[in-house]
Design a binder for this molecule. Structure first.
Ligand SMILES: [Zn+2]
Length: 103
């Protein structure tokens, strides 16, 4: 399966929210775990999920800006990073699964 780092972090975030709601995680542990889901994009910018809203934020000067991260699909066959608008790998032509697509 193609891996998309932002989608992977989102899945983990939903698991953490579920644990928080069921009471198995306290608030500080939850926040720490969400912070640990930080993803670096191809330009080296750090993105974090807001613990309350589940939105992606990136740091610009001294503030966190809410924005959509530059998603990538890593080809399961050759490891090439593809833009998510591609449905197949531009390098080897393999069909890419989109883990971020919600049904
Ligand atoms: Zn490929």
């Amino acid at each position: 399966m193609a891996v998309e780092p932002f989608a992977v972090a989102e899945l983990r975030y939903f698991e953490l929210v579920a644990s928080r709601k069921s009471g198995s995680l306290d608030a500080p542990t939850f926040r720490k775990a969400v912070r640990a889901l930080a993803v670096k994009d191809m330009e080296g910018r750090e993105w974090i999920l807001g613990p309350e809203d589940g939105q992606w934020h990136h740091r610009e000067h001294d503030r966190w800006i809410t924005a959509n991260p530059p998603r990538r699909l890593v080809c399961p066959a050759c490891g090439h990073h593809n833009l998510t608008r591609h449905s197949f790998c531009v390098e080897c032509g393999k069909t890419l699964v989109k883990p971020g697509a919600r049904v």
